[in-house]
Design a protein around this ligand. Structure first.
Ligand code: GCO
Length: 445
């Protein structure tokens, strides 16, 4: 199998997306940049965390990874070659503010200016994420996301970046997946700072929401043209059976994972049913809070199936995924993308929606032959087109990821790229999925 799609089918799929649809790919700074301590960059919490023995599956770190910092021009050419009309990347906070606040690192800004200018020269629209998990270590030492001051620190950082790039960048994503920052960092502890305490995770989630709002105001103050969004990881929660107990379990899983962020961002405060179950560890209310979103970004990978678990705090537990799985062990479930888009559209009516990430890991080799990813993309783009047919205001789709890269605590054991990266030589090879993406995006534009 080569993964080549018959052209008429591909054109039919591309034709289901409206003119002006945004064809993007996505990355994050720590996962691709490398150059962890070059040109004045400060340490981030990931630089520090990766040194702890045993926390990263292959014992490695993002210190070098794809070396995008030095191979920027090649990667810009790759993006153009893939036919992308947009690119979502993140700014490493500690590259521009080594201590998180105060002293500016000019070479850090120069890098992002070169990146943005290079995109614009190639007709590619930048979508900039301000926070994709790599907090400056200096701020961690002042309490990190648990500190009451962090919304203000984030807003100061945001206004600085927008002051530099806001004449060329319109689309800003404040935070990537606040649910993961809070719960992987402070409940399961698989991300830095490796804390395992639900009460702390809920305070961090609260501070992230406050930081989003403060950041959004700072972005708008620095640029009247700016459009502000956030990227949430959302997954439908399905009950394991038709029983009332499993139905309630699914409602709680949806509440804790999805509504916990959606409800406040759309001005409804925290979901009361989940607040009640959290009991004494619940955060203070968010009265009068609104995310003021120009667009909502959804990162979609899979669905969750849950059943009742009466002994647990929230009363549910996940079932092991079944059926066809990606190398992450996640069920391949394109219908869930349509379902979550439709549900968010109906329940929250965001002005605009973007799929800010969707993609899959498979055990790819250097030949770049990845028929499973081609199929994954085809089925998920179809699901996105179905949602558009249903009336969802979906404006764009960013494939995760442009390049194979550092998959956080899983190190380099998982490959998500449209482009294969040889981590020794740093050589890039466009995979079959990259060629499929190019054909689709080109036909769609
Ligand atoms: C996320 C992150 C990405 C991951 C990707 C694959 O959504 O978890 O934004 O950084 O690499 O999702 O797990």
């Amino acid at each position: 199998m080569t993964g080549a799609q018959p052209l008429p089918a591909l054109h039919a799929l591309a034709g289901r997306f409206p003119t002006g649809f945004v064809w993007g790919t996505a990355t994050a700074a720590y996962q691709i940049e490398g150059a962890w301590n070059e040109d004045g960059k400060g340490e981030s919490i990931w630089d520090v965390f990766c040194r702890i023995p045993g926390v990263i599956e292959d014992g490695r770190s993002g210190a070098e990874t794809c070396d995008h910092y030095h191979l920027l021009d090649d990667d810009l050419d790759l993006l153009a070659d893939l036919g992308a009309s947009a690119y979502r990347f993140s700014v490493a906070w500690s590259r521009v503010l080594p201590e998180g606040r105060g002293r500016i690192n000019e070479p850090g800004f120069a890098f992002y200016e070169r990146l943005v200018d290079g995109l614009l020269q190639r007709g590619i629209r930048p979508f900039v994420t301000l926070y994709h998990w790599d907090l400056p270590q200096a701020l961690q030492e002042r309490g990190g996301w648990l500190a009451d001051d962090i919304p203000a620190w984030f807003a100061d950082y945001a206004s600085l970046v927008v002051a530099r790039l806001g004449d060329r960048v319109r689309d800003w994503v404040t935070l990537n997946e606040p649910q993961v920052t809070a719960f992987a960092g402070y409940q399961s502890g698989v991300h830095p700072p490796g804390v395992k305490d639900t009460a702390s995770a809920l305070i961090v989630a609260h501070h992230l929401l406050l930081a989003h709002r403060a950041g959004a105001a700072a972005i708008r103050a620095a640029s009247s043209e700016a459009r502000v969004g956030i990227a949430l990881n959302l997954s439908p929660a399905h009950p394991a059976s038709a029983s009332a107990e499993d139905g309630e379990a699914a409602r709680m899983a949806d509440g804790a994972g999805n509504r916990w962020f959606l409800d406040p961002l759309f001005g409804r405060g925290y979901p009361q049913d989940v607040v009640e179950r959290y009991g004494e560890v619940a955060p203070p209310p968010l009265e009068g809070y609104d995310g003021a979103l120009d667009f909502l970004g959804i990162n979609y990978y899979t669905r969750n199936i849950v059943r009742a678990a009466p002994g647990t705090k929230l009363g549910f537990e996940p079932l092991p995924p079944e059926g066809a799985l990606t190398e992450m062990g996640w069920e391949i479930y394109p219908d869930g993308l349509r379902e979550i888009l439709l549900r968010v559209h109906r329940d929250y009516a965001p002005r605009e929606l973007f799929i800010t990430e969707s993609g899959a890991a498979f055990p790819d080799g250097p030949d770049g032959d990845d028929p499973a990813r081609v199929e994954y993309l085809e089925s998920h783009f179809s699901a996105a087109a179905d949602a558009i047919d249903d009336g969802v205001r979906l404006r764009g789709y960013f494939v995760w990821s442009l390049l194979d890269n550092f998959e956080w605590h899983l190190g380099f054991t998982k490959r998500f790229g449209l482009v294969y990266v040889d981590y020794e030589t740093k050589q890039r090879t466009i995979k079959s999925s990259g060629r499929f993406y190019r054909q689709l995006a080109t036909a769609g534009r």
